[in-house]
Design a protein around this ligand. Structure first.
Ligand code: ARG
Length: 462
């Protein structure tokens, strides 16, 4: 019968209930947020004349001691204390006596947990955005070296048109920039203080919510307490943000896996970030991108899990909500290590530019250029030009050469309107550079894109 809420009970809780009901083994991660929240709450209670100066001092010193005990590992986390809020408050009261019992005035665990968890999620939105920035910087370093490196651009995983490797990496820079913006906008939207909402309806005590919001670094105070204590949109948002970011990481990983196969041979991951086989001595496996691709699944799981927890809850707080934390903690840890290791893998990988280039000579990547030439220079309707180009591709296949290397006479046999100036257009590099429209692959356009990302990253660093 040592529970804080035991007043109306005549029998103690079963240990089975304790095991089932407790969150202390995982919500202890929020101890910093919880202690800071309590110090700010007590500071406000004192300013409002609800706590004396002595009581405030005892509480602040006591909470700081609890913090020390937690950080030194001395603190005893007990399942029977149910959650970190009660565990910390109980220890505080053991240390300072009756003043500790006044801390929970004008507060409920419902607004307390909403403060702690929201502040943790806000912090992580910032930290993850920063980590994406560092990954982008590493991608940019590689991209800058390869705006003239030809690479087969694909659709349907089939050779389509020649692009350059930096342009391909620029696509990922675009994705990761959007990811950063998503974390930032979640931060802005959710930077609202729940403290003072109490259990669900506010409090009759004369609290100063503006003051606690300010002291805790929130931008403003939430407008409706009933919503605030049950709202977990902020947690869903970070899960969605992480899921989308991991989806991007997973797509890049998929390409790294393909590219490091013998069939592609476009990159080689460094020994530091590759693994061997226990049976096949010759093997070098891309475990890092494979795991990144795999871990994306568990992050989606956390998002679906919390959406499902929330969907049927009547207002306001329900204990179901306690299921919000573990998925977020896991997704955040997954995001952090994933960003870090992908950054290192990219930094240390070897780009095999010659193989990329050679691969461009398979698949008649400049066929579209021939069709465009027939339209522009020979005034042939596109449908017909498409057909003539098809014949030229068939001829090149028959001769066993790539269309970019075919002799003029064969093209002229197919259509006499074709003249020598076509050869320049069929050249793969010229074909890549011909796509000079804004946002296109031409090296000059790619250069503009890289400058755009560089300016973006520089503006973040300021
Ligand atoms: N451990 C709870 C949670 O994580 C804290 C809030 C509990 N409030 C309550 N009235 N039972 O959601």
């Amino acid at each position: 019968m040592d529970k804080m809420w035991s007043g109306r009970f005549s029998a103690g809780a079963s240990s089975l209930l304790d095991d089932f009901n407790a969150s202390i083994m995982f919500d202890r991660k929020l101890y910093q947020e919880d202690i800071e929240g309590s110090i700010v709450h007590a500071t406000m209670l004192h300013a409002q004349g609800i706590l004396t100066q002595d009581e405030l001092k005892l509480i602040v010193d006591g909470l700081n001691q609890v913090k020390k005990e937690i950080e030194s590992g001395e603190f005893e986390w007990k399942i029977s204390d149910e959650d970190l809020h009660m565990g910390i408050e109980k220890r505080l009261t053991q240390i300072i006596g009756d003043a500790g019992k006044k801390l929970h005035t004008a507060r409920s665990r419902n607004d307390q947990v909403a403060v702690d968890f929201r502040r943790y999620v806000l912090r992580k939105n910032k930290e993850i955005a920063k980590a994406i920035e560092l990954l982008m910087q590493e991608i940019l370093v590689v991209a800058k070296k390869h705006k003239d490196t030809l690479l087969p651009g694909m659709t349907h995983l089939q050779h389509a048109q020649p692009i350059n490797f930096a342009f391909h990496l620029g696509a990922y820079l675009s994705m990761f920039k959007r990811d950063i913006e998503r974390f930032e906008s979640s931060y802005e939207r959710n930077n609202i203080s729940p403290l003072g909402c109490a259990a669900l309806a506010g409090t009759p005590h004369n609290v100063d919510r503006e003051k606690t919001a300010e002291l805790l670094g929130f931008d403003s105070v939430s407008i409706n307490c009933l919503d605030t204590v049950s709202d977990r949109d902020f947690a869903l948002e970070i899960l969605f943000n992480i899921s989308t970011m991991m989806m991007h990481i997973s797509r890049l990983s998929e390409e790294l896996i393909l590219w490091s196969s013998y069939e592609f041979g476009f990159v080689e991951l460094s020994d530091e970030y590759s693994t061997g086989s226990s049976i096949m001595p010759q093997k070098k496996n891309p475990d890092v991108p494979e795991l990144l691709r795999g871990k994306t699944g568990r992050v989606y799981g956390a998002l679906m899990g919390l959406l499902t927890v929330m969907k049927g809850l009547p207002l306001a707080y329900n204990k179901d909500t306690q299921e919000d934390k573990e998925g977020v903690f896991d997704a955040v840890a997954t995001a952090e290590i994933s960003l870090e290791i992908l950054k290192e893998a990219i930094k240390t990988m070897q780009v095999k530019a010659e193989n990329m280039q050679k691969a461009c000579e398979i698949g008649h990547l400049s066929a579209t250029d021939l069709a465009d030439y027939l339209v522009e220079k020979c005034n042939i309707p596109f449908r017909e030009a498409h057909f003539i180009t098809g014949r030229a591709v068939a001829k090149a296949e028959e001769l066993g050469v790539d269309l970019s290397k075919i002799e003029l006479k064969y093209l002229q046999e197919i259509d006499s309107r074709i003249s020598e100036d076509v050869l320049e257009l069929l050249d793969l590099r010229n074909s890549m550079n011909a796509r000079d429209s804004f946002g296109g692959t031409a090296s000059t356009q790619t250069q503009k894109q890289l400058e755009y990302f560089e300016n973006y990253l520089n503006s973040k660093g300021e």
